[in-house]
Every structure is written in C-alpha cells, then in structure tokens.
Write a protein that binds this ligand. Structure first.
Ligand code: NI
Length: 224
C-alpha cells in the first residue's frame, strides 16, 4: 500500500514536472511560467484554460467559446442566440439560490454597465441559470430585476442548460450536504463578454472589479 502511494506520488511528480518543463518551453511571450503551467494542466486534463491577461482573460488561439443555444427567458419565451444577434452581452452562469458568489458577480456586472455610462446601453446583462430545477422563468424574473432593469434571465430544460453550459465550458454540479435542507450548486464563476456574433470575446475572473470590466468592455466596443 505504502509502495503504491510512493509510486503514485512519483508518477504525479514526474507528470507535473513534465508539464512545468513544457510550460517553461512553450509559454507565450510575456507569459509567466506559473500561468503557462496552469494552462498546460488545463490542456492535460482536457479543460482548455485560457491564459490570463490584463483586464480580461485572453482566449487561447483556436478556442471558440459561446455559440448556439436554445433556452427560455424570464417571460417564458423560447429564445436562441439569434434573439441576441447584434448585441453585446455580459453573460454569467449562476443560480438564484446562491448565497454569496452569484449575487456579488451579478452586482459587479450591473455596476460595470453603469460605470460605462451611455456606452453601457449597448451591453445586455444576462444570467443563465445552472439550476433549472428551481429557477423557473418566474423565479428568474424576480431575481434579475433586483440587479439591473435590463438584465435577462435564461433557463430551460436540464438538457438545454447543459448544452449552453458546454458551449461556454461552464462546470456545475449539485451539492447536497446532510445538514442542509436545500441543495447548493457548485459552479465556475467567470463573466463572459459576448460579441454581436454570439462568440465570447473575453472573460473576467471572479472578483474582477466593475472598473476593470468596464474598461475592457469599452475597449472591445470601440474596437468593434
Ligand atoms: Ni453561485
């Protein structure tokens, strides 16, 4: 047993060492080894991890996030990506029962849009739930209105939501603890800037400031 653990540890060290070496050799200009290392691990475990950059996270070349989806909005209307064509979106995947992270990030999105002044009118805030079981259109309508008057809430069947999350490489899972009466959702927590073609332009890490997001979105809007 002990030997098995040692062998496993050795294999792990070799793999990680190899990835570190590969990261050192293959890092992008200006990219730190640690960041390149994380990116390597990401590609090793099959999750393309974007390389961090100032303002937003720069997507690796060839990685396309976003695209077609089929969901239901907070008024109960069936919508697809075509309904948002030509608009810039700040998209967040979360759920209304989230105790802290989701409200914080949705508040940040609303603050970033306000921070942009008139330019902010060109950006639509969107919450896509990863908890369609509880997040009905009615529940979403009430929830999104608390953050921003123009915020859109999207839900759907479990399959529709799973497909949308896949397109954005969003991870989520139900968490049920014995001491809790209601379940929680574990989920990744990036904010996505989606361009008029429905493709993700950049993403923002959790706890990005409204100012940093506003600055980056402004630059993208001026460039497009
Ligand atoms: Ni959350």
């Amino acid at each position: 047993m002990l030997i098995a653990i040692r062998v496993l540890a050795l294999i792990l060290i070799l793999v990680l060492g190899g990835l570190w070496g590969a990261a050192w050799m293959g890092r992008d200009p200006g990219e730190g080894v640690a960041e390149a290392f994380l990116r390597r691990i990401g590609s090793f475990v099959g999750a393309d991890m974007p390389a961090p950059a100032a303002g937003g996270v720069q997507l690796p070349q060839g990685l396309a996030l976003g695209g077609p989806f089929s969901l239901v909005d907070q008024t109960g209307r069936a919508v697809t990506e075509a309904d948002f064509a030509g608009r810039n979106l700040l998209v967040y995947f979360g759920f209304t029962y989230c105790p802290d992270v989701c409200p914080t990030e949705l508040g940040t999105i609303a603050a970033a849009i306000d921070e942009m002044g008139e330019l902010g009118d060109r950006v639509t805030p969107v919450l896509i739930t990863i908890d369609p079981e509880r997040d009905t259109p009615e529940a979403l309508a009430d929830y999104v209105s608390r953050f921003h008057p123009r915020m859109v809430g999207l839900t759907g069947t479990a399959e529709q939501v799973a497909a949308a999350a896949r397109a954005y490489r969003v991870f989520y899972a139900k968490v049920q603890r014995p001491e809790m009466s209601a379940y929680l959702m574990d989920h990744s927590s990036f904010i996505y800037l989606v361009g008029p073609d429905g493709r993700v332009r950049t993403l923002f890490r959790p706890e990005s400031t409204p100012e940093a997001i506003a600055q980056s979105v402004r630059a993208h809007l001026r460039g497009s």
